[in-house]
Design a protein. Sequence first.
Length: 211
Amino acid sequence: MSDESEQPDPAAVFGCALSLWHECKKLATGNERLNLSECYNGGDEFMRVVMRAATRFENWASLHIAFENLDDVWPYMMEDKFGAACVSAMGAENLAHFDDNDCLRVAFRLGLPVKSSAGLPVPIARIAPNPVAGSVFQSFRIQTVRDALDDEITEPFTLDDEPFDENFGAPYFGLYGVDADGMLEHIADRRTYAESVSLAQKLAPGIAFGA
């Protein structure tokens, strides 16, 4: 592990596994279409799959989640919410295929603070007041956007979106000016958040966006 990463927490692995096991069992109760033993070639293999998913997510989270920005106790949060988020992301019958992309999908559903420095497609939407008096723009907004591949539409990329949607290109950053009525005017696009902040600082010296 790098010094910038947390160590995987066995208590969080347990919380994830317990949450996922309970959620799948709840969904399978009275549902003839969901037989967990058939999906995973037996109940013991189902438990192994649950443990592998829980362990993989905790290992991934130790590298990619900014724990200092969390208010919840991590293992308890995982026990309360991981199962529902995981099943929402991929279904109870597909857990054997749980991978790093699914880790990001689950993190989005949990609303976790994912680090944007690891090359992951992480949505960002930040607004900073304009310190320049008399400007038409009351504030500036930096928003992740991406282009639809089958037309010329550019759409915001948010936590509610599929991060690996094949219908869209890679996310990038749009800089917008916001007037007194809350209307947005597109100013420019940049490849990174840092480049967008740099441009905003040139247009409005002293403006302060978050890191």
